[in-house]
Design a protein around this ligand. Structure first.
Ligand SMILES: NC(=O)c1ccc[n+]([C@@H]2O[C@H](COP(=O)([O-])OP(=O)(O)OC[C@H]3O[C@@H](n4cnc5c(N)ncnc54)[C@H](O)[C@@H]3O)[C@@H](O)[C@H]2O)c1
Ligand SMILES: [Zn+2]
Ligand SMILES: [Zn+2]
Length: 369
């Protein structure tokens, strides 16, 4: 048993509290990870604000990295001292998607139950009350116990804050471009929303050799960041989507070949579909509140052979993709460090959620010592 401080959500829509919890020892097939960094992703905010139904009490955080500091019996792929990034989706390995080689589409992952695969919880509060771990990893905690398959070994030399981001926004955004959309060299790309996920789409578009990369946000400073990462154009979005579409069509010769929505709003989802030229593809990466619905004009979609794709976790196969993204970063081709504009302590989580809600700043990362 170890004590750990963790950000815990008890009542959705109310502030998370930092509590001292008890962490169980790793059992067979489990490892304990000392967390060094945990990014604050908008998905955490959706949960915090009660936009996605999730059981509570739950230790928050799903974008984390650290070092293995204890292994349970039978663990062979990891040893103490190994730097790891945590995967928020451990595929079941048995369902139709897993058998078809699409682990990112596994509907039966134990991660979605926020428990270990056998249903156990690893955290408890003072009175013995079980506390769930968000996506089975609960990274906003000084330490966590996870299934061996959730801890993905990374090469030495990756800043833990960068490794944490590989665990969610980088894999989600880069993978949406390289894997889901498989953007061809020279294509024109629009990225709508320039948070950690959208800026990762921009980095992916640069890697793919996209000809034009149009970055769109309602916050002007983010356009400059996107340009510094390789976006060729920036459009400041106002309240009128028609004006954004017109500006986008102007710089992409009639509309982008591929438009990525990286916010999770109905109006920008509709914008991403509406802006497409003949044969264009909208890739939906942002996640809306649970029951939101969007609409589109059916006739031009069919008549113009346009496509709409959903992209979960950037089609990531973490044991394969995390080390690849880490290697690209170490070779200077994936400047993930530029997404990070604030390193904060665990106690600053609520002000961090406020900033994220306001669209203020880039990726905030909680660091632990
Ligand atoms: N598909 C997946 O697997 C997956 C994984 C991680 C995150 N997500 C989702 O991706 C979305 C983005 O996450 P993030 O952490 O990058 O969020 P973020 O809040 O950091 O970024 C959103 C960006 O959108 C901009 N924005 C907001 N409203 C806008 C508007 N009307 N027009 C233009 N720009 C606008 C904001 O200024 C901000 O820069 C969230 O919905 C999150 O839940 C999805
Ligand atoms: Zn995330
Ligand atoms: Zn499965």
């Amino acid at each position: 048993m170890t004590a750990t401080r963790a950000a815990v959500l008890r009542v959705p829509g109310t502030p998370v509290t930092v509590e001292t919890l008890t962490l169980a020892e790793p059992r067979a097939g489990e490892v304990r990870v000392r967390i060094l960094a945990s990014g604050v992703c908008h998905s955490d905010l959706h949960v915090r604000d009660g936009e996605w139904p999730r059981p509570t009490p739950i230790a928050m955080g799903h974008e984390g990295a650290g070092v293995v500091d204890a292994v349970g019996p039978g663990v062979r792929s990891l040893s103490v001292g190994q730097p790891v990034a945590l995967s928020w989706l451990v595929p079941c390995g048995r369902c139709r998607s897993c058998r078809a080689g699409r682990p990112w589409a596994c509907p039966d992952s134990p991660s979605f139950r926020h428990r270990m695969p056998d249903g156990a919880t690893v955290l408890s509060a003072g009175d013995g009350e079980p506390v769930l771990s968000y996506c089975g990893i609960g990274t906003m905690s000084g330490a966590t116990v996870v299934p061996e398959a959730a801890a993905i070994p990374l090469p030495d030399g990756v800043d833990p804050a960068v490794a944490a981001l590989i665990g969610c926004c980088v894999s989600t955004g880069v993978g949406a471009v390289l894997k889901t959309a498989d953007v061809p060299v020279g294509a024109s790309v629009a990225v709508i929303g320039l948070g950690g996920v959208g800026l990762s789409c921009v980095m992916g578009a640069v890697l793919a050799g996209a000809g034009r990369i149009v970055a769109i946000d309602r916050v002007e400073a983010k356009l400059a960041v996107a340009r510094s990462m390789g976006a060729t154009h920036g459009i400041l979005a106002g309240d009128d989507p028609a004006a954004t579409i017109e500006a986008l069509r102007e710089v992409t010769d009639g509309g982008p070949d591929v438009a990525f929505e990286a916010i999770g709003r109905t109006d920008t989802v509709e914008l991403a579909i509406e802006c497409l030229p003949l044969g264009g593809t909208a890739v939906l990466v942002g996640m809306t509140p649970f029951e939101a619905r969007a609409s589109f004009a059916v006739y031009p979609l069919v008549d113009g052979s346009r496509r709409i794709l959903g992209s979960n976790y950037g089609f990531a196969d973490p044991p394969v993709d995390f080390p690849r993204y880490a290697a690209l970063h170490l070779h200077g081709r994936l400047p993930v460090e530029r997404l990070i504009d604030r390193r904060i302590g665990l106690d600053e989580i609520e002000p961090a959620f406020d900033r994220l809600r306001a669209g203020d700043g880039l990726r905030q990362v909680i660091v632990f010592d």
